[in-house]
Design a protein around this ligand. Structure first.
Ligand SMILES: Nc1ncnc2c1ncn2[C@@H]1O[C@H](COP(=O)(O)OP(=O)(O)OP(=O)(O)O)[C@@H](O)[C@H]1O
Ligand SMILES: [Mg+2]
Length: 300
């Protein structure tokens, strides 16, 4: 089984098996959080019923993310990363378990309150930019605040401020389709930022971008977390970016199998580089990564 191949160290493997058997939280050997967690997932499970079958996608995941963290979730395709993000975003309730944002239990709120909370506090960037085709860039970026009832002038002033942050203010009156994919993702980030969210959640935001555009987007996200006090929570398949994480969560088959702090994340990134040269093309999206990189992967 993949877990066995990956986690060579006996003690670590025991931990993984324990999680599988008893749904207990993986205990990190790294320092515990000092303050309250801003995002907390408590023993979340998620089952999908497809036809006569029940698929257990999340099998008891617990994690904590502090304000200002740059948290990255990684793991093979289909392991449940997006499902976990959707639970954290209040889009899809876990089957059992709890999600707390700023200490508030998300699914204890009414559905309307969850939507209001998300619109007010969380900025979202997906892999593919989604636009209202009839609107130009600044109108699209203004939309989250317009939907909250803000008047046009105020919403566009705020939109222009965030467009400046992503250095695309000159494109404000163009149509999004005139921009490159990388520019469109920066516009998506501007739209996410315009509500001044406490958390930015991004699901493979660089998935469709070339390396230069990816680096630009990642630098913006890093700046938000390091210099502007924002919490970033993202999923990536790109090993190059694991080093950005202050909290790195490795998910396999619906379980959190390893958790790293920034030092661990850097060590993992370096190990991958030394094996594959300056910039690895490897991703964690497929089984080959798992097969070919057991040695470097299992960090002691
Ligand atoms: N609404 C749904 N109904 C049924 N099955 C679902 C649903 N959403 C997700 N799944 C299944 O749950 C599993 C995990 O999906 P998820 O999208 O969370 O994976 P992922 O880790 O984000 O993968 P990827 O890296 O490819 O984006 C998959 O097997 C998927 O088919
Ligand atoms: Mg996904």
């Amino acid at each position: 089984m993949v877990v066995k191949k990956l986690v060579k160290n006996k003690k670590e493997r025991k931990k993984v098996e324990l999680v599988k058997e008893k749904n207990v939280e993986v205990k990190s050997s790294r320092p515990k959080f000092v303050g309250e967690a801003q995002i907390e997932v408590r023993n979340a499970t998620k089952d999908f019923i497809v036809g006569s079958q029940t698929i257990n996608v999340l099998k008891g995941i617990s994690l904590k993310i502090k304000a200002g963290d740059f948290a990255i979730i990684f793991g093979p395709s289909g392991c449940g990363k997006s499902t976990l993000l959707h639970a954290i975003l209040g889009m899809e309730a876990p089957t059992t378990g709890e999600v707390l944002l700023d200490g508030q239990s998300l699914y204890a709120m009414s559905e309307d309150d969850v939507v209001r909370f998300r619109k007010a506090r969380i900025g979202v960037v997906f892999q593919q930019s989604i636009w209202i085709k009839s609107l130009n860039v600044i109108e699209n970026v203004s939309l989250p605040n317009r939907l909250k009832g803000m008047d046009v002038d105020e919403a566009e002033t705020l939109a222009m401020e965030t467009l400046k942050k992503v250095k695309l203010e000159d494109w404000a009156h163009h149509h999004p389709s005139e921009l490159s994919s990388g520019q469109q993702q920066r516009i998506s980030l501007a739209r996410a930022l315009t509500i001044d969210p406490m958390v930015i959640v991004a699901d493979e935001p660089t998935g469709n971008l070339d390396t230069v555009s990816s680096d630009e987007l990642m630098d913006l996200l890093l700046d938000l977390s390091q210099n502007q006090g924002k919490t970033v929570l993202m999923v990536t398949h790109d090993l190059e970016y694991l080093k950005y994480a202050s909290k790195l969560f490795h998910i396999i088959d619906g379980l959190l199998v390893e958790e790293f702090d920034s030092k661990g994340a850097e060590k993992l990134s370096k190990a991958m580089k030394s094996k594959k040269g300056a910039r690895s093309n490897l991703t964690v999206a497929d089984g080959d990564f798992l097969k070919n990189n057991n040695d470097t992967y299992a960090i002691k």
